[in-house]
Design a protein around this ligand. Structure first.
Ligand code: HAM
Length: 422
């Protein structure tokens, strides 16, 4: 029996990959406009990097990581997200010393052993962005505006929800209020009972309808922010207003990763069936120091590329088909040899060129040219070689002109390229 791909791991085949390329090119273009630089980091890291950053009691670390011992017995993990590896690289390569504010992005696969479903895979891809070295509220607003612009330029819409999770000086106060509130509920689910002990904030993210009904009356973290965090959050909202980015405040938004402080946000869509998050992020002012680096603040977000691709496909407008500049229809071995040399010379000049290598009929080759959306077809057979003239056909207008053959191949190719782009 043929060997199949792993469950939750997907090939991205031609026909789909063009959507991915469009997403990536659009995102890169915008990221560069905002001064972000690409960083490429390994897929495999020491397990302790994720335990220390994402948090020991999160779902990701507790049950979703692909962790194994390598041949030396070291515990390694396939990255479940991009922030921790990028921060490790930032510290290890002394990037903080090179530039006081670093804006870094990385695009690539992440791995989480989740239950696969539409828009949720075990190997998925993120466009992940981190801005390190500043905690100015305008940076938060600008980052969210950039995320919104990526969606806008992809032709997608999503709603932005924001919250503040406070800082180490105000979070304990909120945790206490939350624990007092939870203590008044007597029918919590097992997950919430466990989280109450390990990570109280995470109860707010419970999927059980019964727990959620209780949490509608839970205390709001926004009422427990210290003055510095409250001022920061007001300034972030003002920044979004100045940039005319629409948002809603959701005081019950908690994230599945423990490193967040202050601003957190999610970009949500209902176009993928149930409500789904296409992107999410937030501030993590203590994380770089916690990972052994300097005490610099940071903020970032990541977008799920599978979800973006699904949205684009469901929207159904389709992407423009890639065009072929020229199809060379050659009949008979001498013409095929000539066409073989011409194709390579023209491709070296930057043109996209295709030809048939299977000695098919002219009719069949013209069909291939049509299917490939060729702008032009060059037709040559024994008669054309003898006459020293091939036929150049404009596939849209059906106009045909004679093109002289012969002379030096590179000069001939340049002259033909001129004709195609006339
Ligand atoms: P996250 O919320 O875990 O954040 O993931 C960000 C996005 O990745 C999600 O909103 C979703 O679109 C996509 N995603 C997550 N898991 C899956 C999956 N199993 N299948 C498909 N897509 C998925 C982070 O990863 C943080 N590192 C974001 C961040 C960067 N925060 C600060 N900097």
């Amino acid at each position: 029996m043929a060997v199949k791909a792993l469950k939750g791991f997907k090939d991205i085949v031609p026909g789909e990959v063009e959507t991915w390329q469009f997403i990536e090119a659009t995102a890169r273009d915008i990221l560069h406009r905002f001064g972000c630089s690409e960083i490429k980091v390994p897929i495999l890291e020491k397990t302790k990097l994720f335990k220390r950053s994402i948090g020991e009691t999160t779902d990701i670390v507790e049950k979703e990581m692909y962790t194994f011992s390598d041949r030396n017995g070291s515990s390694l993990t396939m990255r479940p997200e991009g922030t921790a590896p990028v921060l490790r690289a930032y510290i290890e390569n002394g990037l903080h010393a090179a530039k006081p504010i670093q804006k870094l992005y990385t695009i690539g696969p992440m791995f989480r052993h989740e239950r696969p479903q539409k828009g949720r895979l075990r190997q998925f891809h993120q466009i992940s962005v981190e801005v390190l070295g500043t905690d100015l509220p305008r940076v938060d607003a600008e980052l969210m505006a950039m995320a919104a612009l990526i969606l806008q330029e992809l032709g997608l819409s999503a709603s932005l929800e924001i919250n503040s999770l406070g800082c180490p000086s105000c979070r304990p106060d909120f945790n206490k209020a939350l624990l007092d509130f939870i203590g008044t509920i007597d029918d919590l689910c097992d997950d919430c009972l466990r989280r109450r002990q390990t990570n109280p904030l995470r109860v707010l993210d419970c999927k059980s309808a019964n727990c959620q009904a209780h949490y509608r009356n839970a205390p709001s973290i926004l009422d427990h922010l210290c003055p510095a965090c409250a001022d920061h959050f007001s300034a972030v909202k003002k920044g979004l207003d100045l940039l005319a980015v629409p948002y809603a405040v959701n005081p019950f938004m908690v994230r599945g990763l423990d490193y967040y402080t202050r601003t957190t946000f999610e970009l949500l869509t209902t176009d993928l069936g149930a409500q789904s998050t296409v992107g999410a992020g937030g501030r993590y002012d203590g994380l770089v120091a916690q990972l052994g680096g300097p005490a610099v603040p940071g903020i970032g977000f990541a977008m799920g590329m599978e979800r973006l691709a699904l949205l684009l496909e469901e929207q159904g407008d389709g992407l423009p088909e890639p065009e072929l500049d020229l199809f060379i229809a050659a009949i008979g071995p001498p013409a095929q040899d000539e066409a073989f040399r011409m194709s390579h010379a023209l491709r070296s000049l930057g043109l996209s060129v295709a030809m048939d290598h299977q000695d098919r009929s002219l009719k069949n080759q013209m069909k291939q040219a049509g299917r490939a959306q060729a702008r032009f077809t060059l037709i040559l057979g024994d008669a054309e070689l003898e006459k020293g003239e091939a036929i150049l056909r404009n596939m849209a207008s059906h106009d045909q002109i004679a093109v002289a053959l012969g002379g030096e191949l590179s000069a001939w190719s340049l002259a033909l390229a001129d004709k195609l782009f006339d």
